[in-house]
Structure formats: structure tokens, C-alpha cells
Design a protein around this ligand. Structure first.
Ligand code: ATP
Ligand code: MG
Length: 575
């Protein structure tokens, strides 16, 4: 599957890492990918995965997969499992040798370190660098002030170390209800950076944890747990998105106060990925799933990695997309068609070609012998001679695409019409002699054609020209299939630019899914299994969906053959 060349990328973070390698600053380069298991991974995460695993891969290092699981009420093992599967799939065949897992081949968890994190909280209290605060969550917020307004010190800020220690132990023992107390760092309530205004390190949450079970009723905050987890794992470069830039002074403060024996990790930030016609916040994606706007997290319209896999996007194509968009510090919006371009490029080289008809129109070839089947030679992949050829059956009745016929053809329409001749791909030239109409609706339901036996294989011995070659399927041997065609999930490019008072769900595209239940395909298709991808000639790339049964194979259109991206690139709109 790995057909896309993975050229070595370069960006400001890789430059820093290279410099550190030259300086021999660390024994090894160790990065991590730290998702919170509160949803499925999306294409934005793919950017972070490709960056973190890419750096590990290029420097002979490692990238740990770590679940950032400090918020038990929103997390679930379903997400842990899907994230693990998606990461392995995305880096498979490329950087899997860099994947850092715990013994037992399971991910690391921030919750593995809850004991150590707790002990380090005690160290901070003993050093007078943290205190237990009894302010309510509302008052804590109010006292924090705003960037232009200094904060107000908590009345508990100067409580004795002994009292804080005692209260913290009792918090852990479960003596206090949720929201009654927190552990806070004692830093600076007047700091211009509000994250340094005595940030909360621990909060009370009487909730069972998907990994730690019932052991804890206090949980560390992200900022406290993250740096310590990085340190414990020996992470050298802790890479995250720009919204964490303002947290970096806190990240550094925590690690410095603890006077730890080994080298400290450092945090670097890059711009998150935004893609047109979709949303990427896990909260919104969860809402789409819960409100059944889509069939699930892996609905092929979703921007999730599992949705893209189901739709037929190769992992190598997603990685190539991430390579092309690069890594920088300015946020921008990437056109979805670039991703589709990468998918098309990748599949063009690998996908076997078949013929299928999505909206069948019956064609009777009047001068073709009844009951005869001709086995025609067809090329499996013109891009790959080693893919060989196959036989395609031809018989008296075939199906063509409704779109390939017009009773009254407009000027630019060169396909089949009454009195006109076209080539059936790999087959014969046929001429439409007459049409049969539905007596009630007046729709054309059948074409009566003749074929020229001298044109077998699509040749014209007399050199006469036909303007069009169309695909077809033999009715006798056709296999029934269902085809699911997809369009953009949303109707506007940038969901950050909604009209006032509107919700992002108001922009869901009602035509994002078209199900064609009576499509037909050539019999060679029976060799395909779930997840396989082929090209239906002239229609696009299709993948076999897990909804397939022995009765009917269900296909997802992965991507059409038409390339929007090339047009966009010509206009010079994108990288
Ligand atoms: P959300 O805000 O939708 O819940 P998140 O950022 O909280 O997403 P995490 O699970 O915390 O999701 O993300 C794991 C890692 O992936 C983080 O390092 C985060 O910076 C990175 N990441 C998340 N979204 C994007 C994106 N759109 N582009 C690049 N990296 C991203
Ligand atoms: Mg997050």
C-alpha cells in the first residue's frame, strides 16, 4: 500500500530537534502523542501523529502513545481502543518501529502515574509551593481576574504547610464533596499570564476511572499531570498545538520546582490543522454521533481517522497529505480537496479497475445471438502492468449508466443517443436504434441497439471515429451491489464563519449521502473482501464497506476521479 514517496520534511520544530541531535543534548529523541480518550481521532490528530512519529522516525527515536486520562467523567475505554487502533493503522508500515508502548503492548496512561503525581504534589506543598484552597469554583474564577485585571489572592493562600498537607490527605481520603476544595500552585496572582495565577493542580471528583477504578477521588489537572508524565517517560520534545503556548510557563514552572534529577522535557507548539467543510472539535463530532446526524464515529463522511479508513482512504495518503501541509506557527484552512488529491494519487497506482453501473439502464443488443456469452479481455490496472488482465462477460442484454444516454442530447453531449454509435469499454461499438418508454411516466426504460461484430475489443477496422467510450455490465452475469456516494458533510467551507444565531448543525449538507441500492457490477468483483478498494471505471474509487453481506456487497465511494485540487493549485490558492 505504501506507494507514495515519503520525502523527508523540514520545518521549524524539526530544525530544533536536528540542532539538539547535533549537540547531543539528549541520549535519544523521545516524543509522545497524548490524546485524551474522550472521542475518536480526527484528521487534525493525524497531523500531530505524523509530526511526532515523523520526528522519532527520522532521528532513530521513539514516540510514546499516551492516553491523557485525567478527566474520568468524559473518558471511556471505547475511545482508548479506537485511538490505539487508529494510531497503529496510520503509522503502519512507516513508523511502527517507533511506537512506544508499555509492556503488554498497551499504551501509556497518565493515570499510570497518579501515585507519582500525587507524591510530587506533596513535595510542592512541603516546599510551600502549593496550598489547599477552599474557594468555590465560581470564586476561584472570579478571584483569578483577567489578562488586564490583576487577580485577588485567595484567603487560603497563606494557610500553613501542615494544614494544607492535612487537608490534601483528607481530600484524597474522600472526606470532602466535589468542588469544595482544590490544590493550587502558589505562583503569582498578579502575573500577566493568567495561567500563572495560582493554577489548580488537583480537584475533587468522586468518579470511577476507566483505568484506575475506584482508587482516586481527586484527579490532577492536565497542566500538572502532563509535564510530570512527560518527565517520567523521558520525553525530550513535548509537541502540542498553539493553544498550549500560554501554558508553557506553567509547564516549566512545575518541572523546575520539583528539582528532578534527570533532563527536563521542553514544550514546542505548532498551528492546528483546519480543513474546509468540516468540524474538528471532539465535542461537536460527539454531538453528531449522539444526535444521529451520522451513523457513528466511523461514518465515512466524518473527518475521523476511522471514518476515512472505512471510506477507503489509504494511511499512506493521509500521511502524504500531512507532509504536504507542513508544520508552522500560523493557523490556516486547508482545502479538503488536497486530501482527496492525495487519496486519488495513492489509489491510482494500486486499485484494480472494474466496471459497475450505478443507475442501470437496460440495453438489448438486437443482433447479438441469444444465450451467447463472449469473454472479453480487460486490463486490471493500466498504471500497473503486473496487475494483469481479466475476462469480462458480454451478452445480449447489458446495463449502461442512465447518465450515458440522452434521448435529446444537448450540444456537448457525445455519449449514446438515438441513431448514435458509442464504444462499450473493452467490448463492441453499439448503435442505438430505438427506445422503449414506460407507458405511464414516459421515461426511457430500455434501449434497443445493434452491435458491429467487427469491433470486438473496441477496435474500428475501418478507422471510423466514435466520440465516446462508456462502461457497461452484462445483465446475465451482473452482481447486485449497493453504492453509497458521499458529498461534503457541511455546506459551507469555513464553519468559523457562520451567520449570527446559527448553529453548525444548521449547515449539515442534506445531500451528503446518496444510497444507490440497485447498482450492478461485473462478476470479477466477487473476489473483493471488506476493506478492499477498486476503481469503478469512470465513476471513482470504491471500498467494500463492513455493512456488506453475502447477499449484497456495499461499496463506499472513496473519492471521485475528478480532480478539484489540480484546478485550485493552478489558481495558486493553496500550498
Ligand atoms: P478537542 O479540542 O477537539 O477535544 P484536543 O486538542 O483536546 O481536541 P487531544 O486528544 O487533547 O484533543 O489531542 C491530542 C493531541 O493532538 C494534542 O497534542 C493536540 O494538540 C493534537 N491535536 C488536536 N487537534 C489537532 C488539530 N486540529 N491539528 C493538529 N493537532 C491537533
Ligand atoms: Mg486536549
Amino acid at each position: 500500500m505504501d506507494v507514495v514517496p515519503e520525502n523527508k520534511p523540514s520545518d521549524f520544530i524539526r530544525d530544533i530537534v536536528t540542532q539538539h541531535v547535533v549537540e547531543k543534548r539528549y541520549p535519544h529523541v523521545i516524543t509522545r502523542f497524548p490524546p485524551e480518550p474522550n472521542g475518536y481521532l480526527h484528521i487534525g490528530h493525524a497531523k500531530s501523529i505524523c509530526l511526532n512519529f515523523g520526528i522519532a522516525h527520522e532521528n532513530g527515536g521513539r514516540c510514546n502513545l499516551r492516553m491523557d486520562d485525567t478527566n474520568p467523567t468524559k473518558e471511556d475505554v471505547e475511545y482508548v481502543d479506537s485511538i490505539t487502533q487508529d494510531v497503529k493503522w496510520l503509522i503502519g508500515g512507516w513508523a511502527d518501529h517507533c511506537l512506544g508502548l508499555k509492556t503488554g503492548q498497551v499504551p501509556y496512561f497518565a493515570s499510570d502515574y497518579f501515585d507519582q503525581i500525587f507524591d510530587l504534589a506533596v513535595v510542592l506543598i512541603k516546599k510551600g509551593k502549593a496550598y489547599v484552597c477552599d474557594l468555590s469554583p465560581e470564586d476561584t474564577d472570579k478571584f483569578r481576574g483577567a489578562p488586564d485585571k490583576p487577580g485577588v489572592e485567595s484567603p487560603f493562600r497563606y494557610r500553613s504547610i501542615e494544614e494544607s498537607l492535612d487537608l490534601f490527605m483528607r481530600m484524597k481520603a474522600g472526606e470532602f464533596p466535589n468542588g469544595t476544595r482544590t490544590l493550587r500552585a502558589r505562583i503569582d496572582m498578579a502575573a500577566p499570564n493568567v495561567w500563572l495565577r495560582d493554577p489548580i493542580l488537583y480537584r475533587i471528583r468522586h468518579a470511577e476511572h476507566h483505568q484506575a477504578g475506584k482508587k482516586w477521588c481527586i484527579y490532577p489537572m492536565y497542566d500538572f499531570a502532563h509535564g510530570i508524565s512527560d518527565y517520567i517517560e523521558g520525553i525530550t520534545h513535548s509537541i502540542c498545538t498553539l493553544e498550549f503556548e500560554v501554558h508553557r510557563p506553567l509547564y516549566d514552572w512545575i518541572l523546575q520546582q520539583l528539582e528532578l534529577p534527570n533532563y527536563l522535557p521542553h514544550q514546542y507548539e505548532f498551528a492546528r490543522l483546519n480543513v474546509t467543510y468540516t468540524v474538528m472539535s471532539k465535542r461537536k463530532l460527539l454531538e453528531l454521533v449522539q444526535e444521529k446526524c451520522v451513523s457513528g464515529w466511523d461514518d465515512p463522511r466524518m473527518p475521523t481517522i476511522s471514518g476515512m479508513r472505512r471510506r477507503g482512504y489509504p494511511a499512506a495518503a493521509i500521511r502524504e497529505f500531512c507532509r504536504r501541509i507542513g508544520v508552522a506557527k500560523t493557523e490556516n484552512m486547508i482545502d479538503l480537496s488536497l486530501l482527496e488529491f492525495c487519496v486519488r494519487e495513492s489509489l491510482n497506482k494500486t486499485a484494480p479497475r472494474l466496471m459497475a453501473v450505478l443507475r442501470p439502464l437496460k440495453v438489448v443488443i438486437e443482433n447479438y445471438p441469444e444465450g451467447h456469452v463472449d469473454e472479453l479481455d480487460a486490463v486490471n490496472n493500466p498504471e500497473d502492468p503486473s496487475a494483469g488482465t481479466r475476462k469480462v462477460p458480454f451478452s445480449k442484454v447489458v446495463y449502461i449508466e442512465q447518465d450515458d444516454f440522452r434521448e435529446n442530447p444537448p450540444k456537448e453531449f457525445f455519449r449514446l443517443a438515438p441513431g448514435r454509435e458509442v464504444r462499450l469499454r473493452y467490448g463492441y461499438l453499439i448503435t442505438c436504434q430505438s427506445v422503449v418508454k414506460d407507458p405511464v411516466t414516459g421515461d426511457v426504460v430500455e434501449l434497443r441497439c445493434t452491435y458491429d461484430p467487427a469491433t470486438r475489443g473496441g477496435n474500428t477496422p475501418d478507422g471510423r471515429k466514435v466520440k465516446s467510450t462508456i462502461h457497461w455490465v452484462s445483465a446475465d452475469r451482473a452482481v447486485d451491489i449497493e453504492a453509497r456516494l458521499y458529498d461534503r458533510l457541511f455546506t459551507i467551507e469555513d464553519l468559523g464563519k457562520m451567520e449570527e444565531g446559527k448553529d453548525y448543525k444548521d449547515y449539515l449538507n442534506p445531500k451528503s449521502l446518496t444510497v444507490l441500492g440497485s447498482a450492478k457490477a461485473e462478476p470479477a468483483l466477487s473476489g473483493l473482501k471488506q476493506g478492499d478498494i477498486c476503481q469503478f471505471e469512470r465513476l471513482g474509487y470504491f471500498s467494500v464497506d463492513p455493512d456488506s453481506s453475502v447477499l449484497k456487497t456495499v461499496f463506499n465511494r472513496t473519492v471521485t476521479l475528478k480532480d478539484e485540487w489540480v484546478k485550485i493549485e493552478k489558481r495558486g490558492k493553496q500550498p
